[in-house]
Design a protein around this ligand. Structure first.
Ligand code: 6R9
Length: 573
């Protein structure tokens, strides 16, 4: 059973857009959203038309679309510029015979050219596959091979990790950053300069492809989650209702396009809504991030719990002399947002951090804290109007409030994945209960219809017959002043089935001692319950995390049990 929480942070009136949630849910129809797209009237679909060209046609071509910066560059591009650069890139692809439905992968660090090429891929109706720059040889090869990619856009450095001789379908390699004389290599700069600056988008249908993101499960190879053009309906709508984007906003999503958040919300949602999108390259540091907000006067900021925890860990001193008053709305995704972090944001940023829940497979946000809505710290919020969510038992029956079970979504919704590339069986597994998508997450619902994340189904701990979600224990752990981050697993135990083991990284200034372990365990016992207190604690310099910042509990478990850790292609260094 889940806990009853009574802490509520009342919604603020300046964000009034979903204050009357019940009414919004009752009156909602997807068709009303669809009607706002030109394809609803013309039947001609292409993301680049809706996200770029439309703004130019409607007289907003001179508005700033992209502010790109990293420690060595700072550049601004208008919607008209994006139209031009993506058209040029589209013409380059056309010249080499790349077109509709073919997969074109993009393997490079964040840069304006990454965004131009991705949009160029979409303009010709090809399917974009963005990859994290940190991927090593095998990770790159697996993805290009499985998707049958015909072209790759990369940099001279990263090209060294591409095993071309093992990829027979890969016809073209376009290199950004330096004209390369090598055989079979196309120079981005030379081709872009020679290409025509205009290109009408390839007209598609809503079911035609848009983007592919590989996501790894705990076992087996990563799966290619394939999204169709129709996802734009939800990108646009959630940009409006959840991100609360307004015409003059300066929006910053901190995610890399290698992660679905970096495309759905780092490209599509802001540009479909016509706002200025900030992209900051380079490495994370608290000072750098705060200065980015200040320098560009960011109004809406979308990041992840791992970053917020690190900012919290850096303390209020890291904010000295920095003005964050431009911020109007702050959001989080990727992992459960610990209540302690929400309270801290409220105190230090004077901003509620709004948690949002969704997955690569869902394409866009589904369960969220909306601007204006009362926030219960630790809850991921309520389903988007137009979305029905439920907690089901393993047979597909809905369970009563506060009972932990499978978090499921009624099918379909606009941004639901269209397929798993080359793997129908995997796709079907998600839909094994008729009428529902089974997320693989464990959660419960409270009597107000708020959802509370517990863990991935496989991570739920069963100790002496009690089902314990690792998140609740982790959240209590990070309330302890010594704890920076915590990952909790079930460790097999003859007597209790499983016991709780916590891996903890300490904040600056704390030393790992046996006394501290006892103190932390007692803290959880007093604050949560005896059965939720970790019986074992191990201090670690760093916890294993994915590139998107998720603590990899299965890796912790594999360490503990000395088992193989499965696919590690998405792990941080
Ligand atoms: C967008 C994204 C999906 C998994 C998901 C869940 C976890 C994401 C969360 C959250 C708790 C939230 N997750 N958001 N857990 N609260 N607000 O993250 O996609 O990388 O595919 O991960 O991430 O476990 O199932 P993806």
């Amino acid at each position: 059973m889940g806990q009853v929480h009574d802490e509520i942070l009342p919604g603020r009136v300046e964000h009034a857009n979903l204050r009357d949630y019940t009414l919004a849910v009752q009156q909602f129809r997807w068709e009303d959203v669809e009607r706002t797209f030109s394809w609803y009237h013309t039947g001609k679909v292409n993301m680049t038309h809706e996200a770029i060209d439309r703004h130019v046609l409607e007289g907003r071509g001179a508005a700033t679309a992209l502010i790109y910066s990293d420690p060595s560059r700072e550049e601004r591009y208008t919607f008209a510029d994006l139209q031009e650069h993506s058209s040029r890139f589209g013409n380059v692809l056309r010249k080499y015979g790349v077109g509709k439905g073919e997969r074109v992968f993009i393997f490079m660090p964040r840069s304006p050219e990454l965004y131009f090429s991705l949009l160029g891929v979409l303009r010709v109706g090809a399917v974009a596959g963005p990859l994290f720059e940190a991927f090593m040889e095998t990770a790159v090869k697996d993805r290009l091979e499985d998707s049958g990619a015909v072209a790759l856009v990369t940099t001279p450095e990263l090209l060294k990790r591409v095993r071309r001789e093992e990829l027979p379908t890969l016809r073209h390699i376009i290199v950004v950053g330096r004209a390369v004389g090598e055989q079979g290599i196309i120079s981005y700069e030379a081709e872009m300069a020679a290409a025509k600056a205009e290109l009408e988008p390839e007209w598609l249908t809503l079911e035609d492809g848009l983007i592919m993101h590989y996501t790894s499960g705990s076992t087996g190879k990563p799966k290619g989650v394939y999204h169709a053009q129709r996802a734009m309906i939800q990108h646009y709508y959630t940009g409006k209702i959840v991100l609360d984007l307004r015409p003059d906003d300066i929006y910053w999503c901190t995610a890399d396009p290698g992660w679905v958040t970096g495309t759905s919300y780092g490209i599509f949602a802001p540009w479909l809504n016509g706002v200025t999108n900030v992209v900051r390259g380079g490495r994370f540091s608290p000072g750098d991030w705060y200065r980015t907000i200040e320098r560009f006067a960011v109004t809406v900021w979308y990041s992840a719990p791992t970053a917020f925890r690190m900012l919290m860990g850096a303390g209020e001193n890291s904010l000295a002399g920095i003005d964050l008053r431009s911020l109007r709305h702050v959001l989080s995704v990727g992992e459960p947002l610990n209540p302690e972090v929400v309270r801290w944001g409220d105190k230090v940023y004077r901003q509620r951090i709004h948690d949002t829940w969704w997955m690569t497979e869902t394409g866009a946000q589904l369960i969220c804290n909306y601007p204006g809505m009362d926030i219960k710290p630790g809850s991921m919020g309520r389903p988007l109007p137009g979305i029905e969510a439920a907690i089901l038992d393993d047979r597909g029956n809905e369970v009563p409030p506060y009972t932990m079970g499978n978090l499921a979504i009624r099918t379909p919704w606009p941004s639901m994945m269209a397929k798993i590339w080359n793997n129908q069986a995997k796709y079907d597994e998600y839909f094994r209960i008729p009428g529902w998508y089974i997320s693989g997450d464990s959660a419960y619902m409270d009597e107000d219809g708020y959802f509370w994340f517990q863990g991935r189904i496989d991570d739920v701990i069963n100790s002496s017959g009690e089902r314990i979600g690792p998140f609740e224990v982790e959240s209590k752990l990070v309330e302890h002043p010594a704890v920076a981050e915590a990952g909790v697993i079930g460790k097999p135990d003859l007597l209790r089935g499983e016991i709780i083991k916590a891996f903890i990284s300490l904040r600056e200034g704390y030393t790992a001692t046996a006394e501290l372990k006892d103190e932390i365990a007692a803290f959880v016992k007093a604050g949560l319950s005896a059965h939720a207190a970790p019986r074992e604690i191990e201090f670690k310099e760093k916890l294993p995390k994915t590139r998107s910042g998720k603590i990899m509990r299965r890796v912790l478990k594999a360490w503990e049990l000395q088992l193989p850790a499965g696919d590690l292609s998405t792990i941080e260094d």
